[in-house]
Write a protein that binds this ligand. Sequence first.
Ligand code: MGD
Ligand code: MGD
Ligand code: MO
Length: 895
Amino acid sequence: MTAIQSTRRGFLQGGAALLGASWLMNSTALASIDPNSFAGRIFGACHYGPFEAVLRDGKIVAISPMVELDQRPTEMLSHGILDRTYDKSRINYPMVRKSYLKGWKSGDVKPELRGKEEYVRVDWDTALKLTAKAIVDTIEQHGNQGILSTSYGGWSHAGIMRPNVLQGKFFNMIGGCTNTVGDWSAGASQISLPHVIGDMEVYSAQTAWEVIRDHTEVFVMVGCDPIKNNRIEYTVADHGMYQPWEQIRDNGTKFISINPQKTASDAYLNAEWVRIIPNTDVALFLGMAYHVLEQGLEDRAYMDKYTVGGDKWIAYVKGEGDDKTAKTPEWASAITGIDAAKIRELAELLAKSRTEIAGAWSLQRAHHGELTHWAIINFAALTGKIGKPGQGVGFSWHYGNGGMPQSGKGTPSGLSQGKNFVTEYIVPASRLTEALENPGAEVFYNGNVRKYPDVHMIYNAGNNFMSHQQDTNRLIKALQKVRTIVSQDVWWTAATRWADIVLPASSTLERDDMSVGGTYSNDKIYAMKKIIEPVGESRSDFDIFAALADLFYRQSVYIEDGQFPEYMDIMKFAYAKTGASQHTPFEEFWEKGYALQPAPQEARSWVRHGDFYTDPVAHPLHTKTGKIEMFCETIANMNIEDCPGMPMWLEPAEYLGNAKEGQMHVVSPHPWHRLHSQMDQSESLRNLYKVQGREPVRINSEDAAARGIADGDLVEIFNDRGTVIAGAVVSDEIMPGVISIYEGCWPSLDSKGRCNSGLVNFLTSTQKSSGLSQATTANTCLASIRKCEDPEGPNMAYEKPPIIEGMEIAAIADEDLALDRLDALVEALYADMSPGEKLFYERCTVCHGPRDVGAFTQLQWKAITPSMFPRAGLEEDEAALVMEFLMTNASDAAK
Ligand SMILES: Nc1nc2c(c(=O)[nH]1)N[C@H]1C(S)=C(S)[C@@H](COP(=O)(O)OP(=O)(O)OC[C@H]3O[C@@H](n4cnc5c(=O)[nH]c(N)nc54)[C@H](O)[C@@H]3O)O[C@H]1N2
Ligand SMILES: Nc1nc2c(c(=O)[nH]1)N[C@H]1C(S)=C(S)[C@@H](COP(=O)(O)OP(=O)(O)OC[C@H]3O[C@@H](n4cnc5c(=O)[nH]c(N)nc54)[C@H](O)[C@@H]3O)O[C@H]1N2
Ligand SMILES: [Mo]
């Protein structure tokens, strides 16, 4: 057993003291830090936590977590960071795919060879010029919308200088490009819930944990796994909620986990595990609602005061609606696989107790995903819970340290993204393949009609779209219509292995940046200091876009050197917006590496929806009616075929209820030892969990026995879309009929076209959630599984692709580029922007959140901004200006 394996065991046993001790004693990283032999230590911070890097001769030799800031450092921090920084999968030089380099002038670039062909090492000048030419050619021939940014989110690193933000700034400077809208995480609920409960909910703070400890009798985790999913953060993890969870548990709160498999949280919190057939949660909540009504346990007074549309939903539950089907516990049992008696027991327990229901996002990454959280909301409203201390619903308990009190202080924000002039064309985040296949087709998004662009160029920075999109084989084919794919990343990920031009970015340890700790608590400001020089010829994302801007004579505009003569001035500017800057000068903060801005006392008793509950007239929800919409006219009036106006049971396209003989439901949760695809290249981490070098797949012992599969065997999982090879983990902690394989491993294809590494998206489908939100349905997937009898050698995913070095490359002549073609297009666009519009693009659109003004109504913006404005650190007068801009440009604004 290695040192880190025992850490994992200590962790699962759950004791804080035990964990701390075993971690410290066993960590090989810490063992090497003797201040006598190592002088160089530099503070840093990342998604995985704050740390000190220990240096010798300009190289990092150890990453030392800071237990005073993070009491639960993970192996991703202590081992993964160091491994990946110097891993052989680093992209050391700019690269161009061989046929692209041959054919860039003639246009014969052979896109069908992507993923198979060698790369040629080139110099930066060549790589950037080819990129710039592709940009101008595409804009000239197909408009700015012909360029698609796949850099939809910001998971690359924790800083304010995230590549997607920098990319947005670069492209918006030259007229913009088609962006993705919505996100993966909670793409369905982020659209449906503002209509239902007046807030996206999924990215909002949760009731403060002390309130839960003191008031909550029953805490129901529906798919929710806070112990796993809080191992990382969108900003800098500090694992602040781990001890509070223990206190809640030890104070006697009963935890129930509704999930097809047992989770780390279940073990940690001693939860009762109730197994549910995937994608059937709506049926469970309908069945429980039926029983509540039968027993007269509903809270009429609450519904009258706080909700609308309850009668319509109740009629549906009772079988008085069009379908004439009563949603009895027996009815629900047949769908969910949960005994009717258990459904009755749960319904009574939840209705009669002080109950908080925590819904995971995984539930809504499914067909008809818009309806799951809504069904939970309706059940909680029916039983009169929402807004009472320690009761109600929360859809972010597993994320961003949900439950930690909020500081309410300003956060650093980075450079403005500017304005994108492409507004008619969109690609919802998970619709990439569909968009490529249907250029010009109409797409319905949150009630608005837009179009898919005709994509001829993809620019991807800090994003692994080849790994995160569903139905990889279909995507590979659809990409053949795209002339140029540029991918800017630190490592040879899937998205770079299928690119034409590969730009090597330096890693987050190789440049200065800034972040916060505790996504919701927002109580620490972190310096993400530069620790080492860029590896190889890699450059920071900022420098790459600045160099591209230079080719268009716009570098000065890009780096805003009028305002920021030095790069560090950007950091100072960002820091000035934080609460900490009011008591700690920048220099002192930067020297130390962090500054605190603690949550005020009153934040410790904050209750989600508490104001609404206390006084619904003074604090209405930002729904059309100001109340919880158990039936929602707004959604109903959109007349979307696959999204009704209330949470009904609609069969998913693929689930065990319509599976063919032998097929199993595949769920793909987020990985324990990775952040999506990040850290898969870390060998120390892989040694902890991979099975024969492949991604593990959890399978029930009955299912395994029936197929002759033993623990540790290689298996083939397959359906009409693709085949992957994975390593079996036989367990009774997953229900029969379901297999679980983490998303995000790096792919590698064998000669039969199977993924020999285990990337689950070769199996998942591009089915959309519904026409309301067009979100992913990654968790709606059936496949078969058998023992793999003919694996073809080891998994090659972590080897570099074949590279040709030392090739003589002719310099590119300026007349072949003619980059000045761009100027005429751009100038007029920036002339007249209002101050509110400017602030919105400068401050509000840089973080996790919506940025497409016309995609939301006035009311929805009112629902979104109460959590958006504090995150952006807006003053009252600034918020007023932005609000005015949003109100005049919302989808329902008078034009
Ligand atoms: N360690 C780690 N943490 C992460 C991430 C990571 O990559 N690694 N990623 C972050 C990101 S971007 C996101 S979006 C969040 C994701 O947060 P979530 O979407 O909430 O989490 P998942 O890990 O996908 O799934 C959680 C659980 O949902 C269960 N589940 C799946 N389908 C169903 C169903 O139909 N019904 C029920 N009841 N349960 C179901 C799975 O068995 C699993 O245990 O996590 C964040 N946290
Ligand atoms: N089957 C299935 N698929 C899923 C999901 C699921 O539950 N199931 N979940 C979905 C969800 S919720 C999400 S959020 C997505 C996540 O999908 P992605 O956001 O694409 O996930 P990451 O692997 O974190 O990609 C970040 C990339 O940034 C790179 N990077 C890191 N640092 C830097 C840097 O400093 N500069 C640059 N240029 N690059 C950098 C990393 O190498 C990596 O390639 O996946 C989605 N896909
Ligand atoms: Mo996500």
